[in-house]
Design a protein around this ligand. Structure first.
Ligand SMILES: Cc1cc2nc3c(=O)[nH]c(=O)nc-3n(C[C@H](O)[C@H](O)[C@H](O)COP(=O)(O)OP(=O)(O)OC[C@H]3O[C@@H](n4cnc5c(N)ncnc54)[C@H](O)[C@@H]3O)c2cc1C
Ligand SMILES: Cc1cc2nc3c(=O)[nH]c(=O)nc-3n(C[C@H](O)[C@H](O)[C@H](O)COP(=O)(O)O)c2cc1C
Length: 578
């Protein structure tokens, strides 16, 4: 039997899984049998027993941490009892996914890399690191790394890796005939909970451009939705009706086909099961186009390549291959990245190719929708039986496109109505808050205030130490979330920094820190307080750090590493997102 290439991913929000699936697809093109598995599901025993080639795709989460779903197997790999030749049968390659705006850039992949070497595994090529900050995102470095990977794997497996199949059969066959009984229980365990929307309140003025929602969901009778301040709610979204319509028109499937029930049958045991826990035992294409295929993502190069493979339109093939190849990088950036074009729009632009796609191919073409994270804004001890999140709708215009670009999940949430049902789950947040005897200095502009609203409500039930919140927004008339709620809270000071309020001095959170530096100094240095920063990952955390340096001016910090040390001691913590 030919050797199987194991592709093992560690992922928090699915990007690493997408990369692993793409590599498996490219492996199949080269006639290499590939098995994709999550780090957690991967049988570590396999690593010991026989010669294996493993490609690891590992993203970093938290503050330089392993993704949550990797941590059990990672701990096993750290056992002191493991011998230095424990993994001598393993040849491996590793690609990390990270974001260089984080202090601990790609730490998870780097840690795994070092550990694998320490246990005797042999690398077949240098590790690669993808960076969200690159203009092309992780694809900026991934493409080159993959080319080297195929060269090296060709040597290891004794095959000519430049020889590729012109076309691949789909991984799943859609069986429209042999359907399970409708009453049959779904065999898969649902990792998410279906909950009802209680309310969805607009928190910004109707005249204000930004639409921010306070979404309240019913968590009563759902012990699995237990959470603490600082935790995060993961939400599954559906595509917008606009994107679904564009895609259906391009695919040119009629209603009969769209609503005809089927069961997907895997063409090989190497392929993963589709998530019937939320698509149902009997699936329909309409359901998949609504809930499963990510139609609003920016088309990746891999998608262009796969579309090219399945089209018989020569012009389309050439253009799509140009986007997918290294030589057409500028064209790809102009077509996909700059205008933030969506997958649905690509289908529309290549309609003749899209309309000839066999439905089974769609499962090889598109990435699944990934859940998004939202800091929980409610407090478990106060807001019992429900959970609240504060969600800013992402909507912006780009020059080349007529219609505004819409964020997938925030738009979905902004349109939810009372009684609607959504899939959610709790994820541990990166913040770890100290007990109520330790003061907290919280810096949360915009929706960054969400975890602090949770903490302040929770701590309002205790005889706590002084807390100080710096909240930033445009002005009291526009987006001054929760301001009145803090009024009655003992030992809680809130500094509202308004940036666009008429007749009020313009101020951002970093200006607030400078203005109240004595109080910040006292809470942090004299009372051993903790500092937390949440919100946009752009310029804000850097500006906040500069302001904190003014607070710590009295310290002899020759190497300019004081706040880095504080971060390592977790007295300064960030939870930021882009
Ligand atoms: C731990 C954590 C906690 C979070 N908490 C919250 C929270 O409490 N509230 C909240 O609202 N969000 C929060 N987020 C962000 C949230 O998860 C989503 O990323 C956000 O809602 C956008 O998702 P989306 O699906 O609507 O947009 P997507 O479809 O994912 O699109 C977002 C992408 O659009 C691009 N983009 C956005 N604006 C522009 C622009 N003006 N120009 C060009 N490109 C742009 C960016 O590349 C961005 O990554 C949190 C994220 C994390 C990781
Ligand atoms: C909450 C959060 C924390 C992150 N922490 C880090 C980090 O410490 N270091 C890093 O290099 N990248 C960090 N990243 C970036 C992710 O690793 C990167 O976006 C990756 O592509 C996500 O992959 P995934 O979808 O497979 O989880 C973080 C991203 C988020 C949303």
């Amino acid at each position: 039997m030919p050797q199987i290439l194991n592709i093992v991913y560690g992922s928090e929000t699915g990007t690493a899984e997408d990369v692993a699936t793409t590599i498996a697809f490219e492996g199949r093109l080269r006639n290499i049998q590939c098995k994709v598995a999550s780090f957690e599901d991967f049988d570590m025993q396999l690593l010991k027993n026989k010669r294996q080639i493993v490609v690891f795709i590992i993203s970093t989460s938290g503050q330089g941490e392993m993704p949550m779903a990797m941590r059990i197997n990672w701990k096993k790999l750290l056992r002191k009892s493991l011998a230095t030749n424990e993994l001598e049968n393993i040849d491996f390659a590793i690609f990390g996914l990270g974001d260089s705006s984080y202090q601990k850039y790609n730490f998870a992949a780097k840690k795994l890399y070092r550990r694998l070497l320490a246990l005797g595994a042999k690398q077949i090529l240098e590790p690669g690191y993808g960076d969200d900050q690159h203009e092309l995102g992780i694809e900026g470095t991934l493409d080159n790394w993959k080319l080297k990977l195929w060269d090296e794997l060709g040597i290891s497996l004794g095959i000519d890796s430049s020889k590729m199949a012109p076309i691949l059969p789909p991984r799943y066959k859609l069986d429209f005939d042999d359907l399970p009984n409708e009453a049959d229980e779904c065999k898969q365990k649902a990792p998410y909970t279906k909950v009802k929307v209680i309310s969805n309140l607009r928190m910004t003025a109707g005249t204000h451009f930004q639409d921010t929602r306070l979404l309240k969901i019913d968590s009563n009778n759902h012990p699995e939705l237990y959470y603490e301040p600082g935790d995060v709610l993961m939400v599954y979204a559906e595509n917008t009706p606009e994107s679904i319509e564009i895609a259906i028109e391009a695919l040119n499937y009629d209603n009969d086909l769209l609503d005809k029930e089927f069961v997907p049958r895997k063409n090989s045991n190497l392929y993963e099961d589709l998530p019937s826990w939320f698509l149902g035992n009997r699936m329909t294409l309409r359901n998949c186009l609504t809930k499963y295929f990510d139609l609003q993502a920016i088309p990746k190069k891999g998608l262009c390549y796969r579309m090219a493979m399945y089209t018989s339109n020569q012009d389309h093939k050439e253009r799509l291959l140009e986007f997918a190849g290294a030589a057409g990088l500028d064209e790809y950036i102009d077509y996909a990245i700059r205008p933030r074009r969506t997958v649905a729009e690509l289908l529309r632009d290549f309609k003749e190719s899209a309309s000839s796609l066999d439905p089974a191919i769609l499962f090889d073409l598109f990435s699944p929708i990934r859940p998004r994270a939202f800091s929980i804004a409610s407090a478990p001890a106060v807001h019992k039986q429900f959970i609240e999140i504060l969600v800013a709708k992402v909507q912006y215009k780009v020059i080349k496109m007529k219609t505004p670009r819409l964020g997938l999940c925030s738009t979905f949430i902004s349109r939810l109505k009372e009684g609607d049902e959504i899939f959610v789950k709790i994820r541990k947040g990166t913040f770890s808050f100290p007990d109520h005897n330790t003061p907290c200095i919280m810096i949360g502009p915009g929706t960054g205030v969400a975890p602090f609203r949770s903490l302040l409500h929770q701590r309002s039930l205790t005889h706590k130490k002084e807390d100080l919140l710096f909240f930033g927004c445009r002005g009291p008339e526009f987006d001054d979330y929760f301001n009145k709620e803090y009024l009655g809270m003992e030992k809680t000071q809130v500094v509202c920094c308004y940036s666009r309020a008429p007749n009020i001095q313009k101020m951002y959170v970093q200006d607030g820190i400078r203005l109240f530096k004595k109080i910040v100094h006292d809470l942090f240095f004299n009372q051993n307080g903790y500092i937390f920063v949440a919100g946009s990952a752009g310029q804000m955390p850097k500006d906040v750090l500069e302001a904190l340096k003014i607070v710590s001016q009295h310290i002899n910090d020759k190497d300019d590493r004081f706040w880095e040390k504080m971060e390592n001691q977790r007295r300064l913590q960030y939870e930021t997102w882009s």
